[in-house]
Design a binder for this molecule. Structure first.
Ligand SMILES: [Zn+2]
Ligand SMILES: [Zn+2]
Length: 165
């Protein structure tokens, strides 16, 4: 696509905005993550991290101590945003192969395995899971790239000033 002198949002901007808004719906206490699954610039599913529907609401049930944690410090009850988005699409028979998924946090290794297995073609993420966890490498991103999935860190649209400097 040719660059055009416009400030119209790209689809990447629109879908990442939506993922960011969805993250705010999460009932988990520590991390709030949103995901939008799209194909051919159409939304096929959305998700945010949290326990399966009808089970727990972490913030209401554990307001003082927080949700039970796994060995990596993540909520042990929650499905991740990517998992919720992909499961919903699969449950409803949507074609996920070749899709793009937008997530506000780069996928963990468990989600990366699912994304790869579902043949999702492209992952766009906002924040780095490795930076968030204070670990050396984004193992989910590394895994996806090694096996041919396109992974990009989201860069907000640039407003060019043309000041000549
Ligand atoms: Zn939780
Ligand atoms: Zn995950």
């Amino acid at each position: 696509m040719l660059p055009t002198p416009t400030t119209k949002p790209r689809f990447d901007d629109i879908f990442m905005d939506l993922a960011t808004n969805l993250a705010r719906r999460s009932h988990c206490i520590k991390a709030q993550v949103g995901a939008v699954l799209t194909r051919d610039t159409r939304i096929i599913s959305i998700g945010y991290n949290g326990p399966p529907a009808g089970t727990h609401n972490c913030d209401e049930e554990f307001p003082e101590v927080g949700c039970p944690r796994d060995s990596k410090g993540s909520c042990s009850l929650a499905l991740h945003a990517e998992q919720n988005a992909i499961l919903y699409a699969a449950k409803n028979g949507s074609e996920v192969e070749g899709a793009t998924i937008y997530v506000t946090l780069s996928p963990c290794i468990a989600c990366a395995r699912i994304i790869y297995s579902m043949k999702i073609a492209r992952v766009v993420y906002l924040n780095s899971y490795a930076e968030y966890k204070g670990i050396a490498s984004d193992e989910g991103v590394d895994f996806l790239r090694r096996f041919g999935v396109t992974v990009e860190r989201y860069v907000p649209i640039q407003h060019h000033e043309h000041t000549g400097t």
